[in-house]
Design a protein around this ligand. Sequence first.
Ligand SMILES: [Zn+2]
Length: 159
Amino acid sequence: MTTELTLKLDDIHFNVLSEMVYEENRLSTFLKNRQWPFLEDCNCTPEKMATAGFYWCGSESQPDLVRCFVCLKDFEGWEPNDIPKGEHKRLSPQCPYVKLGKDDQENCTVKEMMELCQKSLINFIEKVFNTQVEQYTNLAKEISNKLEFLGESNMDVSD
Ligand SMILES: [Zn+2]
C-alpha cells in the first residue's frame, strides 16, 4: 500500500486530457480513428461533437463513446439526430462548459479558458480520489472478511 497520490486512472490519462482542452485536438480524435459512426448528413458530426466539448474515447466494441473534457462524463448510445450540445446540457447540466453557454470555444476569453482547464483538473483529481477511496474500501472489506473467516475457523478448532 502506498500513500502517494498517483494521478492516474485506467481510462483517463492526464496528458491526453490536457490536450483535449483544444477543440482541434478533440476533433482529430474523431477523424483519426475512423470508428465514430456519424461522419456526415446528421447532427452529431465530428465537428459538432468537438465544439460541444467532446472527444472520442471509444473502441471497436464501443464506437460511439465520447467524453467531455471538463466534466469528464462519458456519453454513448448516440442517434444521428441527437444534438451534441443539447445532449451535453440534458445529461450534465452542471458541467462548467455547458454553463458557460458559448456557441464556440473560440468565443471564450483567455480567463474563461483557464477556468475550464482548472475545473477539468479538479474533476480529474476528484475522480482519482474517489477511485482510490473505493479501492481502499474494497481492500479493507476483503481483509475484514478474511479475518472474520479466520476467527470462525479458530472457533471451530476450539469446539
Ligand atoms: Zn461536460
